[in-house]
Ligand binder design. Structure first.
Ligand SMILES: [Cu+2]
Length: 262
C-alpha cells in the first residue's frame, strides 16, 4: 500500500516536470556555532538546487528543538518573513534557536500542508536540521519521534566532502524499505539579511533529480561530492495520506552540512 502510494505521488511529480525537487528548508549557514546566543532559523519552501520557484508557507504546525533528549517548543519565536526568490516572492518564516550549552541541537519542523494546485495534492515536508556547539555530540544519532524522519548514521553537521552520508528512513518509528530518496543541494544559499538567494554556485545535473534507494533496513547511502548543504527527501513516506479530502504527500526531509578537507 505504501509503495503504491509512493509510486502514485512520484508519477504526479514526474508529470510536473523540473519543478519537482522542492525542499523545505530549516536553515542557518552556521551549523557549528561557537558562541552562545539566538541563532536565526529561516523556514523556506523552495527549489534550492535550481534556485527556482518558492512556495507560500502557512503557519507551521510544530517548530521545536531537541537537546539531550529534551524537546522544547519554538513556535513562539516564529515571525513571518518574505523570501525573495530568483523569480518570485513567497511567504516564509524566521525562528530563533537558543544556543547555550555545548552539544547537539536538532531542529524540527512540521509545516502546514501546502496545496499544490498543479497536482491537486497537499505536500507536508517534515524536516530536521542539525546544529552543534563545542564539538560535543549529544544525541544526533537518535530519532526525535516525528511521524516520518531520517535518523543519521553519520554525524550530520560535519560531513567531509568526498566521504559518504547514510541515514535510516522511519515512518511511525519503523524502517521504510525500498523508498526513493531525492537528493538536493542548496546551490544559492539564502542571505540571512536580505532573505534572498546569494550567489549561484552550481546547477542541477541533466537527467532529473538525484536519487538513492533505501535497503531492507530503510538505510540509504550517498557520496557527498561537495561542501555545503545537502538535503534528502522521501516523498510520501509518512503515515498520513489525506488532508482536507485530498491526497497528501507527507515527506521526510533531512539537511546536512558538508565541509571541504583543506
Ligand atoms: Cu516542486
Amino acid at each position: 500500500m505504501k509503495l503504491t502510494m509512493t509510486a502514485a505521488v512520484l508519477a504526479a511529480f514526474t508529470l510536473a516536470g523540473p519543478a519537482s525537487a522542492h525542499f523545505q528548508l530549516v536553515y542557518n549557514p552556521e551549523a557549528n556555532p561557537t558562541a552562545p546566543g539566538d541563532l536565526a532559523i529561516k523556514l523556506i519552501f523552495w527549489h534550492p538546487f535550481e534556485n527556482g520557484h518558492a512556495m507560500d508557507m502557512g503557519t507551521p504546525e510544530e517548530f521545536f528543538y531537541v537537546f539531550k533528549g529534551e524537546k522544547t517548543d519554538l513556535t513562539d519565536s516564529l515571525t513571518p518573513i518574505t523570501f525573495h526568490g530568483a523569480g518570485n516572492d513567497a511567504a516564509a518564516f524566521e525562528g530563533a534557536l537558543p544556543v547555550k550549552r555545548n552539544g547537539d541541537y536538532i531542529v524540527g519542523l512540521v509545516p502546514a500542508p501546502y496545496y499544490e494546485e498543479s497536482e491537486d495534492i497537499y505536500i507536508q515536508q517534515i524536516t530536521k536540521s542539525y546544529f552543534n556547539k563545542g564539538g560535543i555530540p549529544s544525541g544526533w544519532e537518535e530519532p526525535v519521534g516525528m511521524k516520518t524522519e531520517f535518523v543519521p548514521l553519520n554525524k550530520p553537521y560535519n560531513v567531509v566532502a568526498g566521504s559518504t552520508f547514510s541515514a535510516q528512513l522511519l515512518s511511525d518509528g519503523a524502517p521504510v524499505a525500498g523508498a526513493e530518496i531525492e537528493i538536493e543541494y542548496i546551490a544559492a544559499t539564502p542571505d540571512m539579511e536580505t532573505n534572498a538567494p546569494g550567489e549561484v554556485t552550481t546547477e542541477p545535473l541533466p537527467g532529473g533529480a538525484l536519487v538513492a534507494m533505501t535497503d531492507d533496513n530503510g538505510v540509504f547511502t550517498f557520496g557527498i561530492p561537495k561542501e555545503g548543504f545537502w538535503g534528502f527527501a522521501a516523498l510520501g513516506s509518512g503515515p498520513d495520506t489525506k488532508f482536507d479530502g485530498k491526497e497528501l504527500s507527507q515527506d521526510a526531509v533531512i539537511w546536512i552540512r558538508a565541509y571541504d578537507l583543506d
